[in-house]
Design a protein around this ligand. Structure first.
Ligand SMILES: Cc1ncc(C[n+]2csc(CCOP(=O)(O)OP(=O)(O)O)c2C)c(N)n1
Ligand SMILES: [Mg+2]
Length: 796
C-alpha cells in the first residue's frame, strides 16, 4: 500500500515535471519566434531584405495548435505561421532568415529556394523523380500563397483525400499516402480574409462533404488598416457562422471561440476539436479572438497610422507572451529569473541564426565577386587603353558591401563591352556565361516537371483500329474510355456539377457512378472555385482527380486557384510539390453570350505552369488524357462542345495510345497557304478549304492540338517554308490565342523569313457571340470570311 502511494506520487511528480517542461518549452518557442519577428523587421528596414511579414502576436495559439498536429497531417495556411513551423520542427530560425534574404539555395531556404516572400512555407511531397513521398509518415505543409484566403480551396481537397482514403475500398492499399484517413488538414486564415468568397465557399463545401478540416481564424481585428466592423457580419466570424453549427442529425461544422492570449484554454479546446474532426470527419472551426499585431501588418507601413491609441494600449496589455508569462508565474511553473533566462537566450539564439543565414546567403556571391574582380583586373592588364575604366569597374564591385548576383553580371557585362572582340576577354566571357546558366537554374526552372514525370517525355503510341472497329458518337467513346480508365487506375476520381448521377451533361461518365461508387465519381455543388481547389488538394495527396468545370465560360469562377496555386506550385517549391489535377471542361462554338466562349488568351496567359489541351475530337482528347495520366503536371482539357455527337472510330488500344503534347498535326495537306488553328474552328476551316480548293487554292491545315506547350519541334514553320503564306484562326477575341500563335511562329520560330505576303489572324469579334445561328455566324469566324481573307492573300 505504502509502495503504491509512493509510485503514484512519483508518477504525479513526473507528469508535473513533464507538463512544466512542455509549458516552458512552448514559452521558449514563443519568445524565439517573437524575437525573430523583431529582428527580421529591422533587417528589412536596414535594407538587407526587401519585405517582411511576421507572426508576432499569434505565438500562443500556434504553440498550442502544434501540439495536436500529428504525423500524416497537412497544413494549408498563410504567412503568419512561423511559430507553428518552429514548434513542429519543420522550420529553423536560420531557414526563416534565409528565406527573408531570398537565398536561392534550396539547402538554405528549403521551402522555396528564395522564390517566395518570407514565411511562405512548404515541405517536400514528391522526390526528385516526381514520385510521391510517404506523406502518411511525415508532417506536411502545402506551399503557402499570398492571395488572402487562397489557401482555402486547396484545403478542401487536402481534407477530402482523408475521407476518400477512409471510405473508398480501392484506395485502402495506399498505406504510404494515408493511415485510414486519419489525417486532419489544419487551415489557418486571417480574420479579414474570411470576407473572401473563398472562405465561405470552402466552409460550406466542407460542411456538406464532412471532411477532417480544422480551421483556425487568427483574429487580430484588422486586415491591414481595415477593422472587423467593415469585414464581418456582427464583427464576429463565429457568430456569423452559427447557422452552420452541426447539430444532431445534420451535417455542418463544430465552432469554438477561444482567446488568443489564453494558452491553457486554447490547448484544451484545440485538443477536443481536433480529436473530434480526426475521428468523425466533421470539420471544426476555432475562432481565435483577441490576438494582436505588435509590429503592425508588415514592413510596408506602421499601424500607428490607423489604430486608435486605446487599441494600441490594449494590444500591449493583452500581448499573448506577456499573458503567458503572468500565467506561468501565477501557477508557479517557473520563477521570474528562469523566464528571464529563457528570454535572454531567445535573443542570443535569434541573433546567431540570423548571422548564420546571412553568411550562407552572402558567401557564394562574395566568391563570384572575387572571381569577377580577378578576371576584370587581368583584362585590364591586356587592354591598356581600357585599363582605367576596367579597374574602376572592379573597384566599384569590390566596394559594394551587399552585392547581388545581378551586380556581378552587370560589372562583367560592362567589362565585356569595353573589351569588344579582344581575345583576352575569353575567360571573362566564359565566366559570364557560366553565371547566366547558374542563375537560370536558380530562377527560371521547375515551371513544369522536368524529370521522368514530365508529360513531355511520354512517347507517342498511335491509336490502333481493326476491321471491325465500331464508329460511335464522341461521347460514347469517352464513356468507354473513362470506364476502362477507372477500372485500371484506382487513384482516379471524377467530380463536378452533374458528373455523378447523370454522368455529366454530355454523358461521358454515364453509368459510371453506379459501377465505381460515389466515392470515386460524384456530384458537387455549383462551386467552380472549390471544385478546382478540391482537385488541387486531392492531386497534392497523390490521387488523380478529374475536376470538371461544366462549361469553359465558368472557368472564370475557378481561375484564381488554378492561376495562383496550381500553376505556380511546382515553380514556387523548386519542384518539391506537384498537383497533377486534370481540369476537364468543354467549350467553343455554341450560340449565345454564355456557354459559347473560347477565352483561350485568358487561359494561356493566366495559366503558365499548366498544360492547355485543345483537342479537335474525343479520340485526340483520350490520347492526351493517357499522356497526362503518366505524368505529374496539371492540365486543362477543353473538349469541343459540338463534338460529342460527331462520329468517330473507337481505337482498340483505348488505354494505351497517347497523343504527345506540343506536336501539331497536319490534317489537310496543301501548297498555297498554311492555316493554323485548333478545336472546333478546324471544322469551319475545313469547309473554307474545300471552297478554296474549287478555286484552285490549296490549303494546308495544321491542328496545333495543345496551346501550352506550343509546337515544340517547329513543325509549323516547316509548312510555312513550303507555302510562304500563313493565317492563324480561332474564335477567341482579337489579340487572344491567335496572336499568341502568330508570335510563336513568326518570332520564336523565325517564320518571318519565309513570308511572301503579310501574315494574318482571323478571330471572333471583340464582343461576346450573339445568340442563335446568325448570332454565331456574325460573331465568330465563318467559312466565307476565311475564304475571302485567303483569296485576298493569294492576290497580294
Ligand atoms: C486577394 C488579395 N487581396 C489583397 C491582398 C493584400 N493583403 C495582404 S494581407 C491583407 C490583409 C489580411 O488580413 P487578415 O486576413 O486579417 O490577416 P492578417 O494579416 O491580419 O493576419 C491584404 C488586404 C492579398 N494578399 N490578396
Ligand atoms: Mg487580421
Amino acid at each position: 500500500m505504502e509502495n503504491q502511494t509512493s509510485v503514484t506520487l512519483v508518477n504525479e511528480k513526473l507528469s508535473f515535471d513533464r507538463f512544466r517542461e512542455e509549458v516552458l518549452n512552448d514559452y521558449k518557442i514563443a519568445c524565439i519566434s517573437r524575437e525573430a519577428s523583431l529582428v527580421a523587421r529591422k533587417e528589412v528596414l536596414t535594407g538587407k531584405a526587401k519585405f517582411g511579414i511576421f507572426g508576432d502576436g499569434k505565438e500562443l495559439a500556434q504553440v498550442a495548435m502544434a501540439k495536436f498536429f500529428q504525423t500524416g497531417d497537412f497544413r494549408s495556411g498563410y504567412y503568419r505561421d512561423q511559430t507553428f513551423m518552429f514548434a513542429i520542427g519543420l522550420a529553423t530560425v536560420e531557414q526563416f532568415f534565409s528565406q527573408l534574404f531570398a537565398d536561392p539555395d534550396i539547402n538554405n531556404d528549403p521551402f522555396s529556394a528564395g522564390r517566395q516572400m518570407n514565411a511562405h512555407f512548404a515541405t517536400p511531397f514528391v522526390d526528385e523523380n516526381g514520385e510521391w513521398l510517404d506523406l502518411a509518415n511525415r508532417k506536411n505543409i502545402s506551399a503557402d500563397i499570398a492571395p488572402t484566403a487562397g489557401q482555402m480551396p486547396r484545403a478542401l481537397g487536402l481534407a477530402l483525400a482523408s475521407k476518400s482514403f477512409r471510405t473508398v475500398e480501392e484506395l485502402k492499399q495506399f498505406k504510404d499516402l494515408s493511415d485510414n484517413g486519419n489525417e486532419v488538414c489544419f487551415v489557418t486564415v486571417g480574420d479579414a480574409a474570411t470576407s473572401e468568397g473563398h472562405f465561405w465557399e470552402t466552409i460550406n463545401a466542407a460542411a456538406v462533404l464532412q471532411v477532417p478540416m480544422a480551421i483556425f481564424v487568427w483574429d487580430d481585428g484588422y486586415g491591414i488598416s481595415v477593422p472587423k466592423k467593415y469585414q464581418t457580419a456582427k464583427s464576429s466570424i463565429s457568430e456569423a457562422l452559427m447557422g452552420m453549427q452541426k447539430e444532431e442529425g445534420t451535417n455542418g461544422i463544430h465552432i469554438y471561440a477561444v482567446k488568443g492570449w489564453d494558452y491553457a484554454g486554447m490547448c484544451e479546446k484545440f485538443e477536443e476539436g481536433i480529436r473530434i474532426t480526426r475521428e468523425t470527419h466533421v470539420p471544426v472551426l476555432f475562432h481565435v479572438e483577441e490576438m494582436t499585431q505588435p509590429q503592425g501588418h508588415s514592413t510596408s507601413g506602421s499601424h500607428e497610422r490607423y489604430k486608435p491609441s486605446e487599441r494600441l494600449d490594449w494590444e500591449r496589455e493583452w500581448d499573448g507572451i506577456k499573458k503567458m508569462r503572468e500565467w506561468i508565474l501565477e501557477n508557479m511553473l517557473a520563477s521570474d529569473s528562469e523566464l528571464g533566462e529563457i528570454e535572454q537566450h531567445s535573443k542570443e539564439f535569434v541573433r546567431e541564426n540570423r548571422a548564420k543565414a546571412w553568411e550562407k546567403y552572402l558567401g557564394p556571391i562574395r566568391k563570384q565577386v572575387a572571381q569577377a574582380v580577378e578576371l576584370i583586373n587581368n583584362l585590364a592588364k591586356s587592354l591598356p587603353e581600357q585599363a582605367s575604366q576596367l579597374v574602376r569597374l572592379s573597384s566599384e564591385l569590390v566596394s559594394n558591401h551587399e552585392p547581388l548576383r545581378r551586380d556581378v553580371l552587370k560589372s562583367l557585362n560592362a567589362a565585356l563591352d569595353l573589351a569588344g572582340d579582344h581575345d583576352g576577354a575569353y575567360w571573362t566571357r566564359d565566366f559570364y556565361n557560366d553565371l547566366l546558366a547558374e542563375n537560370q537554374k536558380l530562377y527560371n526552372t521547375y515551371l513544369y516537371n522536368e524529370g521522368p514525370k514530365s508529360a513531355m517525355k511520354v512517347e507517342e503510341v498511335k491509336p490502333e483500329f481493326s476491321e471491325d472497329t465500331p464508329t460511335l458518337n464522341g461521347f460514347e467513346i469517352l464513356n468507354r474510355y473513362f470506364d476502362e480508365a477507372f477500372a485500371q487506375n484506382p487513384k482516379l476520381l471524377a467530380f463536378g456539377e452533374d458528373v455523378g448521377q447523370i454522368g455529366d451533361v454530355n454523358q461521358g461518365f454515364s453509368g459510371l457512378q453506379l459501377k465505381y461508387g460515389e466515392g470515386r465519381i460524384s456530384d458537387t455543388g455549383i462551386r467552380e472555385l472549390t471544385i478546382v481547389g478540391q482537385g488541387i488538394g486531392l492531386a497534392m495527396r497523390g490521387l488523380r482527380p478529374i475536376a470538371e468545370i461544366q462549361y469553359l465560360d465558368y472557368l472564370l469562377y475557378g481561375l484564381e486557384p488554378l492561376s495562383d496555386d496550381a500553376a505556380t506550385l511546382h515553380y514556387r517549391t523548386f519542384g518539391q510539390q506537384s498537383c497533377p489535377v486534370i481540369v476537364r471542361t468543354r467549350g467553343h462554338r455554341l450560340e449565345g453570350i454564355w456557354h459559347s466562349g473560347s477565352p483561350m488568351g485568358m487561359v494561356i496567359n493566366s495559366l503558365r505552369g499548366i498544360y492547355v489541351c485543345v483537342p479537335r475530337n474525343m479520340v485526340q482528347a483520350i490520347g492526351m488524357y493517357n499522356t497526362l495520366l503518366k505524368s505529374n503536371d496539371p492540365v486543362i482539357m477543353i473538349e469541343c462542345l459540338n463534338g460529342y455527337r460527331l462520329k468517330e472510330k473507337l481505337p482498340d488500344n483505348l488505354l494505351e495510345f497517347t497523343v504527345p503534347l506540343g506536336i501539331p498535326e497536319v490534317i489537310r495537306h496543301g501548297t498555297d497557304i498554311t492555316i493554323v488553328s485548333y478545336g472546333a474552328t478546324l471544322r469551319i476551316t475545313q469547309n473554307a478549304a474545300e471552297m478554296l480548293e474549287a478555286l484552285d487554292i490549296s490549303c494546308e491545315i495544321i491542328d496545333v492540338q495543345t496551346l501550352l506547350p506550343f509546337d515544340v519541334h517547329h513543325k509549323i514553320v516547316d509548312s510555312l517554308k513550303k507555302t510562304n503564306r500563313i493565317v492563324f484562326i480561332d474564335e477567341d477575341v482579337p489579340g487572344g490565342a491567335a496572336a499568341f500563335m502568330f508570335n510563336k511562329v513568326l518570332e520564336e520560330q523565325g517564320g518571318y523569313r519565309y513570308l511572301d505576303v503579310a501574315p494574318r489572324t482571323i478571330t471572333a469579334k471583340a464582343h461576346r457571340p450573339a445568340y442563335g445561328s446568325d448570332g454565331d455566324y456574325f460573331s465568330k469566324p465563318n467559312a466565307e470570311e476565311i475564304e475571302a481573307v485567303i483569296k485576298e492573300m493569294m492576290k497580294e
